[in-house]
Design a protein around this ligand. Sequence first.
Ligand code: COI
Length: 349
Amino acid sequence: MIDIQRSPSSKLENTNFDNLLFGKVFTDHMMECDYIDGEWQKPVIKPYGPLSLDPSARVFHYGQAVFEGMKAYKDKDDRIWLFRPDENFKRINRSGKRMAIPEFPKEYFFEGLEELLKLDKDWIKKGFGNSLYIRPFVIATEAGVSASAANEYKFMIICSPAQAYYSGEVRVKFSEKFSRAADGGVGFAKAAGNYGAQFYPTDLANEEGFQQIIWTDANTHEYLEEAGTMNIFFRIGDKLVTAPISDRILDGVTRKSVITLAEEYNIDLEVRRVSVQEIVEAAEKGELKEMFGSGTATVINPIVGFGHKGKKFDLPKLEDSYAKFFKDKLMKIQYNEAEDKFGWRYEVK
Ligand code: COI
């Protein structure tokens, strides 16, 4: 059993759920579990608050850190659901392995997560679009700046009530110069540094009017890979295409759910390399009907246009978009409003 220390007070009453900025407000509790002497110790749930770490802890110097993104949903009957949580559990350990972080036990992950959600259940609001964003992460806490894997770690889960991730329209730039990931690197992992390294090029893209970058392969910049916070789908005519996962691309849970749903609903989808040239040509010929991103935080996010080599392209505004179709199908499963044919829902009780 997990040790639970309850918070003496709650921030709930002072939280405005109608005006949430993504990832700004956190619930009353957090889960913490330390790895010491070669073992993960018993997890604890305690009031949400700051950590005290040695300034020489490896995470600050070498970025030895991985994370996950998940969501909890509340249905009309106040039941709480997770979406394919096993995928996140497996992925945090895949990411961890690449970053030399010891494997986290499954029973601690699920027991800690479920106890935490039950304790903070009033933070999960009902209604399509409302959810609780769950952020599990691991950091290297061992003191000392020698450049080697730490012997001590902290696994934590924190939670933040969420609505939309992007507040406005999303326009993307195809990367021509900067790269996110290289062959043999850590692109497939949710390693903290993969995200931090995107901030500078993304700021430059913002100045040109793009909200996100679509990363291209580091060698040639000729193939479209992922957006960093989302995997990417392109609709040419009525065919959807998306890049295959590799050691450079995150194996997104929403991405693979879209691929399964496409099969289920007979939507023509190809998983293959997608070249910049074919997308630019399709846009020029008016055959590029849609682009959208998929991810836990953003669900399915339509992209209204893209930029490449100084040219800007707008995408048509479709009434019957695939983006809308998949978003609706996914959310109905997530909020327990549709049959769960694939066994993706997981009830917290
Ligand atoms: C998620 O969708 O959970 C992500 O990891 C994106 C995040 C960096 C906000």
